[in-house]
Write a protein that binds this ligand. Structure first.
Ligand code: FES
Ligand code: FES
Length: 164
């Protein structure tokens, strides 16, 4: 017998969303399976890989470890919403320019973490980028192109005086 579900109001990408969630359902499950927001990936599903990263109240979190009911009063942003922002577009261009992805499975989580970093630290050095991205695992790139891409996007945004 499956666990009972309750109706829940979430704030996702600036809009109210009504979902049905059991007490143990994760934010990732609700985003992907009910709201069709599939940019956040179900990788390890146990808090290790960072592929499920979304932003909660301005800070990156693992959606697989976040209970949907615990997010009822939070402001949730996913890559789908962040895509509208200039900083995310700069990051995506820089990832392409630096060949900072191969299979691409980790990339949505990487982009969300990088976007949050640039929002709070517009002028990061390489160590700060590495630290901010240390919770996002990549099996393909070896990380150096990812760090280069984030630094490139940060420089570009500063040059254009665009705030993340
Ligand atoms: S799927 Fe959430 S950390 Fe891996
Ligand atoms: S590009 Fe394949 S896991 Fe990162």
């Amino acid at each position: 017998m499956s666990a009972p579900r309750q109706t829940l109001q979430l704030q996702v990408n600036g809009a109210q969303a009504e979902v049905r969630a059991g007490l143990h359902d994760s934010l990732l499950t609700v985003l992907r399976d009910q709201l069709q927001l599939t940019a956040a990936k179900r990788g390890c599903n146990q808090g290790v890989c960072g592929a499920c990263t979304v932003v909660r109240d301005g800070w990156p979190v693992r959606a697989c470890l976040s209970l949907a009911h615990g997010c009822a009063h939070a402001d949730i942003e996913t890559l789908e919403g962040l895509n509208q922002q200039a900083a995310m577009q700069a990051l995506q261009k820089a990832f392409a320019a630096e060949s900072a992805f191969q299979c691409g499975f980790c990339t949505p989580g990487m982009l969300v973490s990088a976007h949050a970093l640039l929002k709070h630290t517009p002028q990061p050095d390489a160590d700060q980028v590495r630290a901010a991205m240390s919770g996002n695992l990549c099996r393909c790139t070896g990380y150096a192109p990812i760090v280069a891409a984030v630094l490139q996007a940060a420089a570009q945004l500063r040059a254009q005086e665009l705030a993340p």
